[in-house]
Design a protein around this ligand. Structure first.
Ligand code: GSH
Length: 216
């Protein structure tokens, strides 16, 4: 059977999320890179795949194109139920989704490449201002996330249990992005511990930016 095509970029944290989920589900893909800094996501050919010009996209063997990392990960979890990426208990599942969405909805959209480029082109922001913006929006959500994780009834190895799931996937991808903007992770010991526990696993290691074929 033809492998699905993964449209990705090594540094993209949303692609990192999807790569982890694909590895946890044991799915091999045909990797196609789009160099975001060179604007390859805006090529006519890629816009025919993903009308938004964003990575990742996953093209299934039957040609169906899936976009938006969280929607694709949910699709994978529904079609390949084991290992499950969400806790079985409904209340814990809602908490897992909330933690994942804190990162996916509150941090990533305001720190995406196109937003940072707009700060530069429209408002004349320089490197240090852009980095300061990035760190501000990370801290705004990482402070409460750290508190929520520290207040869990059980100090699980991963965000909400003893196996990694959707919240861990988003956390790890965000922590990798933070490193590029010198976020002070000493303020986030629980997040750092969970990140380290995840990064011991092959599915996460194999998905890491430095392990991708287009890594620079
Ligand atoms: N909400 C989307 C966001 C996708 C996204 O913005 N991807 C970034 C890379 S992490 C991108 O393609 N950026 C290109 C740009 O800003 O021009 C998802 O989760 O898939």
């Amino acid at each position: 059977m033809t492998a699905p095509i993964l449209h990705s970029y090594f540094r993209s944290s949303t692609s990192f999320r999807l790569r982890i989920a694909l590895n946890l589900k044991g799915i091999e893909t045909d990797y196609q890179s789009h160099h975001l800094k060179l604007g390859e996501q805006h090529s006519d050919a890629y816009l025919r795949v993903n009308r938004q010009g964003l990575v990742p996209s996953l093209v299934l063997a039957n040609g169906t194109v899936l976009t938006q990392s969280m929607a694709i990960i949910e699709y994978l979890d529904e079609t390949i139920p084991e290992p499950s990426l969400l806790p079985k208990d409904q209340e814990t599942r809602a908490k897992a989704r909330a933690m994942a969405q804190m990162i996916a909805c509150e941090i990533h959209p305001v720190n995406n490449l196109r937003v940072l480029e707009y700060l530069r082109s429209e408002f004349g922001a320089g490197d240090s201002q852009v980095a300061s913006w990035f760190r501000h929006w990370v801290d705004t959500t990482f402070v409460p996330l750290e508190q929520m994780l520290a207040e869990r009834e059980t100090a699980h190895r991963f965000c909400l249990g003893e196996t990694p799931g959707l919240a861990d996937i988003c956390l790890v991808a965000q922590v990798a992005n933070n490193a590029r903007f010198d976020v002070d992770m000493s303020a986030y010991p629980v997040i750092s511990r969970i990140n380290a526990a995840c990064m011991e696993l092959d599915a996460f290691k194999k998905a890491a930016p430095a392990a991708q074929p287009d890594a620079e």
